[in-house]
Design a protein around this ligand. Structure first.
Ligand SMILES: Cc1ncc(COP(=O)(O)O)c(C=O)c1O
Length: 482
């Protein structure tokens, strides 16, 4: 799509694929949508997918697969150990990253469990550009401390900075000088920082981090789950790499880490995960935990069908027309939302469009979970399911108070190659209407709250009967429209 010029449109995200398999969708009437979100305890994770019109919860395991991936799923070699499927996947990972060793796992957080178990000691600090929910949970479970050393721009909702995911090198150096190398478990780099709006990290910054860590003898662990989008931003925004082949950029990135792990629900557009390494010593440190938690070391809890699909999915990630689809579609969605005045994170990153819930609902206090309220209101208004990426996604402080998130976001994920432009326009239109009527939306409170990762299965309820007012206004304006 990057090479096609039109007479009228600029930045039209033309799909460089065609859709040959479809899944029927339904949009429930608004009264049923209200019942559904009430039944789900105002938590979009607990909605049934049949009650959702556009599922923008996540891209995890929901990206569209290619014809070649589906075809590859027909040729798995099922064996408990030593299957040819494993060797095909291993080779594909090696070719992709340039790494030598590979351990398969059932998904991304399983890699985090193993890495944290092996490398995090109680009281140690893990510096990183930004935490991810499951990463922090695993590090904390081992008694480790997450320290976010992001640059000032990272949590600046509207910024000119193209690489908000960069680590502040000054902060990293100061931390190591203050705490000493022994106190650091490893430095973690997350590509396409999920929780601050899918914001990319520059390759320049990754190289600086690696250079410093080599000097200090620190290990670098890279979470490359969101590599595809980050690659697009490096290729298009980092001048030095504009003419470099995507495969060469991937290998340059990989060289910045000692251990690379990924959720193949994201990278590779299937369902699984894995850890890649250059050196055998890391493989040996972690190897024995794979049969303990995941399955034998030649399948790691994955189905062989998915492994075949991941192998092809990695190869396809080297195609610019594949990696640009997500970010360019997200940019188009962002433009539509902005045309209605909806406050979003800019520059738009990868993964999805991120609405600034604090600005959208400036009358709802942080302790009443504006992002979670807005997710519920969006579902009621248009049947689209987003994900809370704010205070509900943080667990409480040790003293029981809410840990107020630095950014309070509604993430509307766009799984790659799944939605059409008219669906995006529909969502933006309804969210635009909601923005005009935002004062009708109130806050939420927990009615059932797990101690860890509460956002997954916790239940909430409105603090005031605001949903009734919202439905009344919807019916006044849209009549009996779905
Ligand atoms: C950056 C990042 N790391 C790790 C994970 C965990 O991966 P999984 O959901 O496969 O366990 C995710 C999932 O969304 C992620 O976005």
């Amino acid at each position: 799509m990057s090479k096609i010029k039109l007479s009228h449109y600029k930045d039209l995200p033309i799909e460089m694929h065609k859709v040959r398999t479809v899944q029927k969708l339904t949009l429930l009437p608004i009264d049923e949508r209200v019942k559904a979100i009430e039944g789900a305890g105002f938590n979009s994770f607990l909605l049934r997918n049949k009650d959702v019109f556009l599922d923008m919860l996540t891209d995890s395991g929901t990206n569209a697969m290619s014809d070649l991936q589906i075809a590859a799923m027909m040729r798995p070699d099922d064996a408990y150990s030593g299957s040819e499927t494993f060797y095909r996947l291993e080779k594909s990972v090696q070719d992709f990253f340039g790494t030598k060793f590979f351990l398969p796992t059932h998904q991304g957080r399983a890699c985090e469990n193993i890495i944290a178990q092996v490398y995090v000691k109680p009281g140690q600090i893990t510096p990183m550009n930004y935490h991810f929910t499951t990463t922090k949970a695993h590090i904390s479970a081992r008694g480790g401390i997450v320290d976010e050393i992001y640059s000032e721009e990272a949590i600046n909702i509207n910024s000119e900075c193209n690489f908000k995911g960069d680590i502040d090198m000054g902060k990293l150096k100061a931390l190591v000088a203050k705490e000493g190398v022994e106190k650091i478990s490893f430095v973690r780099i997350e590509l396409g920082t999920n929780l601050i709006g899918g914001q990319p990290i520059s390759l320049k910054n990754m190289k600086e981090i690696k250079k410093f860590c080599v000097e200090k003898g620190l290990m670098v662990v890279m979470d490359v789950s969101l590599l595809a989008d980050n690659l697009y931003f490096i290729k298009t925004k980092e001048k030095e790499y504009q003419n470099m082949e995507i495969g060469a950029i991937v290998r340059e990135i990989a060289k910045c880490g000692d251990i690379l792990y990924f959720s193949a629900r994201k990278l590779g557009c299937a369902r699984g995960g894995g850890i890649a390494m250059f050196e055998e010593k890391y493989f040996m440190h972690m190897r024995d935990l794979v049969p303990f938690y995941e399955g034998f070391i030649t399948y790691g809890g994955m189905s062989t069908r998915e492994m075949e699909a991941i192998a092809v999915g990695l190869e396809e990630t080297l195609d610019f027309e594949m990696i640009n689809q997500g970010p360019e579609f997200i940019a188009a969605f962002g433009k539509e939302l902005q045309s209605f005045g909806v406050p979003i994170v800019t520059p738009v990153g990868g993964l999805g469009c991120h609405i600034d819930a604090r600005a959208f609902l400036d009358h709802v206090p942080s302790g009443e979970y504006p992002a979670a309220s807005l997710i519920a209101a969006i579902y009621i208004t248009c049947g689209c399911r987003g994900m809370e990426r704010g205070t509900v996604s943080e667990d409480r402080n040790p003293d029981g108070t809410d840990h107020i998130a630095s950014v309070e976001l509604v993430r509307l994920a766009l799984p790659r190659r799944v939605f059409t432009l008219s669906q995006i326009k529909f969502a933006a239109d309804r969210i635009g209407w909601l923005y005009k009527n935002r004062k009708l939306i109130g806050g939420l409170e927990f009615t059932e709250e797990p101690k860890v990762l509460r956002f997954f299965v916790g239940r909430l309820a409105p603090k005031t009967p605001w949903t009734e007012k919202l439905v009344k206004k919807f019916k006044e304006d849209f009549g009996d429209s779905l």
